[in-house]
Design a protein around this ligand. Structure first.
Ligand SMILES: Cc1cc2nc3c(=O)[nH]c(=O)nc-3n(C[C@H](O)[C@H](O)[C@H](O)COP(=O)(O)O)c2cc1C
Length: 335
């Protein structure tokens, strides 16, 4: 079993969660890595050129290890014109409010995984993590041959077992409290993070990285005591000075909306703050179509300061998120 702390020379057993979609910047990843944790870049929505630029940007700031995260490629399900009409009708009023043309489904609904993967191989981060499924044998072999550590994402023990069989070096176990997308692909019981970690550690032989609701040093201590090798924190960094979290998103995080699991923004369940858009969408297209369909609205909504139209990903612990430099936040998570 790989000793992640030693191999990555970490002085703090905390991974900055990869956060695709603008929150996780190179400056944030670099700040966490430089302070002794493992910084991650959420690269799932980046073009291949952006992936290489963002990794180079981190490298200019620190030479310490970095993780890059992608979404495992998904089969693109067929959608009917009636489904598209229903989902575009729900988004129409939001487009009108921002003076955007009516929503239309773009031809291309997801990034080119093969090209993203090739960019990651060229960039050679110490760790490559992935969510939403398994990588096939050829991709796993390519990462191994390049000497990069691989980390898969599971929301249940059976998923962790499959990832271990595929040859990953470590598994993220994501509990139900976690902000952002559910990272697994089978049935998801939204498990308690500590209980999930304990069950996974008893079953798989690879190191377990705990994620979901870890907001304090005591939370990190609890998952390490349960047998996790590292803790992965996302929501705790949403208000970091270096995060790309938009102004309306930051403002919403200072309010007290509930977090909910919603498929409204991407077609896949994700945890975020309840808002007007999450309430208005009842017929989302399946992922990745809905993600592509809502993108113009999310971009324009952020520019217009409209938190009611944004995907405000946040875990259940968001009220404990603090506005501070990332190094300070990392210190506050150090057990
Ligand atoms: C804004 C945001 C974006 C996220 N994006 C990703 C991502 O791109 N890839 C991924 O594997 N996980 C992503 N996650 C989930 C995290 O990896 C992690 O499971 C979660 O943040 C842990 O729970 P916490 O938010 O309570 O700390 C995201 C989470 C948030 C809050």
């Amino acid at each position: 079993m790989v000793d992640l702390v030693k191999r990555l020379n970490l002085s703090v057993p905390v991974v900055l969660a990869p956060m695709a979609g603008g929150v996780g910047t190179p400056a944030l990843a670099a700040a966490v890595s430089a302070a002794g944790g493992l910084g991650s870049l959420g690269a799932a929505y980046l073009t291949p050129a952006q992936i290489e630029e963002h990794v180079a940007d981190v490298r200019r700031r620190t030479e310490r290890p970095l993780a890059v995260n992608l979404f495992a490629p998904q089969p693109v399900p067929a959608v009917t014109p009636a489904q598209v009409r229903a989902s575009t009708a729900e988004l129409g009023p939001f487009h009108a409010a921002l003076h955007l043309p009516p929503p239309t489904l773009p031809e291309r609904v997801q990034e080119d995984f093969g090209a993203q993967f090739a960019a990651v191989l060229r960039a050679r981060p110490a760790v490559v993590s992935f969510a939403f499924g398994r990588l096939d044998h050829a991709h796993m072999e390519a990462l191994r041959a390049a000497g990069l550590l691989t980390v898969g994402t599971a929301t249940s023990v059976p998923e962790a077992v499959e990832l271990e069989r595929d040859g990953v070096d470590a598994v993220v176990l994501q509990g139900g409290a976690a902000g952002g997308h559910r990272g697994g692909w089978r049935q998801d019981d939204l498990a308690d993070t500590v209980l999930l970690v304990r069950a996974a550690v008893a079953t798989v032989g690879v190191p377990v990285i705990a994620a979901g609701g870890l907001m304090t040093a005591a939370d990190v201590r609890a998952v390490l005591d349960a047998g996790a090798a590292l803790a992965q924190c996302g929501t705790a960094f949403l208000l970091a000075d270096e995060a790309g979290t938009s102004a309306p998103y930051r403002e919403a995080l200072r309010g007290d909306a509930d977090t909910i699991l919603t498929t409204a923004f991407s077609g896949r369940p994700a945890r975020g703050l309840r808002n007007a858009l999450s309430e208005a969408v009842h017929s989302p297209l399946p992922y990745p179509h809905q993600n592509a369909l809502t993108r113009p609205l999310r971009v324009a909504g952020a520019a217009a300061g409209r938190a009611d139209m944004l995907s405000l990903w946040a875990g259940t612990g968001y009220r404990h998120a603090q506005a501070a430099p990332a190094a300070h936040l990392l210190q506050s998570l150090t057990p």
